[in-house]
Design a protein around this ligand. Structure first.
Ligand SMILES: [Zn+2]
Length: 132
């Protein structure tokens, strides 16, 4: 399958093999987040120990894919305009991401967003958010 080859050749995925389940799920349109089995909290970014209780019982768990716009900035360059944002997902963590399929003039803090995925230049699929 082409997607598997794309991941295999992606230097970012190769450099952080512990995050490979995240990228494999992303190719299937599923958002995984690190979840601590000891204290029950999700966190972001991925790390071997829970930042809340220091347990190493951290496993990938599927998130619902919804969140709210926490903060954002509109980046305008000749020929390009995109929105860089922090989205707080329903499970709690803040994710740095892009907002897509939205007029930047109509964005507002607290608006409900839905996760989707967009192919990067390297071939993996990165989570992005769009208005729900
Ligand atoms: Zn914990």
């Amino acid at each position: 399958m082409n997607d598997a080859h794309a991941l295999a050749g992606d230097p970012y995925v190769a450099a952080f093999p512990e995050n490979r389940p995240f990228w494999e799920a992303a190719e299937q349109g599923r958002l995984l987040l690190p979840h601590c089995a000891s204290c029950g909290q999700f966190h972001w970014h991925p790390r071997p120990r829970c930042p809340y209780c220091r347990s190493d019982a951290v496993r990938w768990k599927q998130a619902g894919g919804e969140g709210v716009l926490h903060t954002y900035t509109v980046i305008r360059r000749p020929g390009a305009c995109y929105v860089l944002a922090y989205v707080q997902v329903t499970e709690g963590p803040l994710l740095m991401t892009n907002i897509v399929d939205a007029d930047p003039e109509h964005l507002h803090i607290g608006m409900v967003l839905r996760c989707g995925f967009r192919a990067t230049a390297e071939g993996r699929h990165a989570p992005v958010f769009r208005p729900a």
